[in-house]
Ligand binder design. Structure first.
Ligand SMILES: [Zn+2]
Length: 278
């Protein structure tokens, strides 16, 4: 599943090729991908619009058009492919290309084998972060507002393991399963540790480690695990940097990495380096 670094990699690669491109028409092959508009409304509204900027919040891509913002969440397997001039005739569309934006001499295909990805189209407003689903997202670790007191306030009513908390996008936006395991390893925290037992220092470590892990992953183009590829077939290299996720031996103490299930997600940790506090 693409996480923040992978989505950021997609954002950067699409920003290099998509800006100033005007949409001539759109083909929708699977209408459920479009969440808050009918197929016809969507096609009618984006026709003639130009891409001006691509942002990201958490795992959402935010495309700025003339009059609208288009939000895109890739979920499990969503990918964008940009096909140009010469390749257009050779690169045939597949049954997994569900939304196709057509430009002059090029097209952008949203490809999704699992069909879980979603797009939302809204008129541009001043504060787009009040628009759902962006309004439900917490701060990214990079955000100055993501502080120890913010995290403590967010978790004070919760009795969930820290791993579950880190995956909750309404608390911290952008950490997914892979990076949450890496952050907890870096902080010496057991994935099942309850947030009520965490000190201020632990929360601070979580914020710092999240920034470190995500920045490193972004600089390496994300992690290529199973079928993730960013657009343009760029593959990430962060998988070579993983310390615990899907690993066998702890790089610090050389003991065996354990795999457990927390909140339904396969979770990797070192039982020696990440002991429960109580
Ligand atoms: Zn260890």
């Amino acid at each position: 599943m693409p996480e923040l670094p992978e989505v950021e990699t997609v954002r950067r690669s699409l920003s290099e090729i998509l800006l100033k491109r005007k949409i001539q028409s759109v083909i929708i092959n699977y209408s459920k991908i479009i969440s808050n508009q009918t197929e016809n409304e969507f096609m009618e509204k984006v026709k003639g619009q130009t891409f001006h900027k691509i942002d990201r919040k958490g795992k959402y891509l935010i495309f700025y058009l003339d009059d609208y913002i288009l939000l895109s969440h890739l979920r499990m397997e969503g990918k964008y492919f940009y096909i140009q001039d010469m390749c257009l005739s050779e690169e045939e569309r597949t049954k997994h290309d569900h939304v196709i934006f057509i430009f002059e001499g090029a097209e952008l295909r949203y490809h999704d084998t699992r069909k879980f990805g979603r797009m939302y189209l809204y008129p541009i407003v001043e504060d787009i972060y009040h628009i759902p689903p962006l309004s439900s997202l917490g701060f990214e670790p990079f955000d100055e507002s993501c502080t120890v007191s913010y995290l403590k306030e967010k978790v004070k009513q919760r009795r969930s393991p820290i791993k579950t908390i880190l995956l909750d996008q309404s608390i911290i936006a952008g950490l997914g399963n892979i990076y949450a395991d890496e952050v907890l390893f870096m902080c010496h925290l057991h994935p099942l540790e309850l947030t009520s037992t965490l000190s201020d220092e632990d929360f601070q470590n979580i914020i710092f480690s999240s920034i470190l892990v995500l920045n490193k992953a972004i600089s390496l183009g994300g992690t290529t695990i199973r079928s993730f590829e960013s657009s343009y077939h760029i593959t990430g290299r962060f998988q070579n940097e993983l310390k615990v996720h899907e690993q066998k031996v702890c790089p610090v103490c050389k003991n065996t990495i354990q795999k457990i299930v927390v909140g339904g997600r396969g979770t990797y940790y070192c039982p020696t380096c990440q002991k429960l506090k109580s």
